[in-house]
Design a protein around this ligand. Sequence first.
Ligand code: ATP
Ligand code: ATP
Length: 549
Amino acid sequence: TDKDINVQDVAITFHGKALVEDTEIVINYGNRYGFIGNNGCGKSTIMKAIAARAIPIPDNLDIYFLNSEYPATDISALQAVFESDDEVAALNAQAEALNNMMAEVEDDDQIGDIQTRLEGIYERLDDLDVNTAETRATSILFGLGFTTQMMQQPTKSFSGGWRMRVALARALFLKPEFLLLDEPTNHLDMEAVLWLEDYLSNWNKILFFVCHSQDFMNGVCTHIVRLDETYKKLRYYAGNYDTYVNTRRDNDKVQWAAYNAEQRDIAEVKEFIARFGHGTVKMIRQAQSREKLLAQKIEKGLVEKPEAPPQYDWSFPDAGQLPMPVLAIESLSFHYPNSADLYTNVDFGIDLQSRICLVGPNGAGKTTLVKLLCDDLQATKGQVKRHSHLKISRFTQHFEDVLDLEMTPMDFFKLKIMPTATIEQIRTLLARYGCSGDKQTQIMGQQSAGQKARIVFAKMAQDKPHILMLDEPTNPLDMESIDALARCLNSFKGGIIIISHDMRLISQVAKDIYICDDKKIERFTGDIMKFKLHQKKVNARKAMAQHKN
Ligand code: ATP
Ligand code: ATP
């Protein structure tokens, strides 16, 4: 259709590095694309380039690229979402101009053309209709976790994470024809993630988004686009993430077979040439003609070697055992200064066998609990018992804070983390975490989110912790790193607490699910899949109740 994007020979370069070369960008109306690729391969940069129309995109396609939070203003969250007066005014003006034009032209084709354009404008005005706008905005905000009271609060009263949700709600409300999202599930709790999955799975325009959650992509995507870092090409796969995995495995098998066969042929020809290139005149001729054929074949292009998925080898050393109790909370209550209790009379404990996943709505106090356990915050009542030799290592949502962003990974490890190690040892260690080649000597501040996160994990392993506390560890990681993390956690000998909504990681690692809500921490009886079903039911019930009001 006239709303499809099909551009050949695209090349995008960033800071002197080619991200893609001679590739095609094919994005069809009505499809939902999940954009994947190794950390640092250039996904965010390419999204930005598309959003900025650096490639030709049909003019009639309005683009909305969500990559930053809504600004801190005096406007209420609700207004921020449905306030689109500028667009309404512009549409009305366009409609008037077209109506005037219509009165003047006589040519049937021209009239037909104007009518089509008018219909489009009226459809859009319907979408933005003030009478229904508020209801629609409210239901989107509600789905993303806002209470009726929060909707009325000015955006400046919200944290960055919540202003990100305001921006997301606005993007969904505006229903752009081409919606680009960079990691939309970050900062969301499981309830909101499930709501968004459901909402986006009904998106009937173009959706193009980067995401590292397989579960979410399975629920939403009709297509997967992969940035092949080795060949700097975009590869397209029909179907959701699981389908992609199967298709890619099958394709790779076929391609490996073709590649190996061709390489064998080439080796044979080369051997022939080497053996008979100096023989009888007849042999020499034969060798020459085979050499020519080979050159022609190479000229035409050989079968590419399939891009092998990177293999990472992450591991946390065994810090040894500690007698019980390792870490326990007894009759704890906590509140921030001048606020109501966040926890009342909580008992909770962790030992080195624990594999706990903490779930619960945003703001319920998951991060606060980790801070209490780590002695960053003190209980207002009750106590936290911690073994005196206990070492805890943490991955926080502000994970880069533990790095010195002005330094290169090599210098950082040599000077700050492993002063007695040799350069070779540090190189090997970083490479195991996926920081290899020139990334080892590139200033960390200039590396992508995922690249920085891997360095943080390499550092955490050097802490030799008994217990790991991971707050949304998968957000910045690509698929192979998530798998490396899951493998490493499964072989880790100490205790683990994860705050996450990545089903795949949780189902692989967690033994116990704890719900943090209503000032309590309670064990959920069942695994994460059961919890997901439970959460979906809760969502549905809440939506019903909201609908009745
Ligand atoms: P991730 O999955 O980790 O978020 P990404 O695929 O979105 O990564 P981008 O953030 O687009 O990748 O980064 C693309 C590349 O640009 C990375 O390899 C990064 O190291 C590089 N880069 C980013 N900023 C700079 C800079 N200021 N100077 C040089 N290179 C940079
Ligand atoms: P999220 O999933 O958004 O990270 P969470 O469950 O981890 O949420 P916390 O970050 O622990 O929640 O915050 C719990 C509550 O305490 C929130 O309402 C938050 O606004 C509030 N809060 C957090 N830090 C402070 C602080 N330093 N001072 C006052 N209130 C705070």
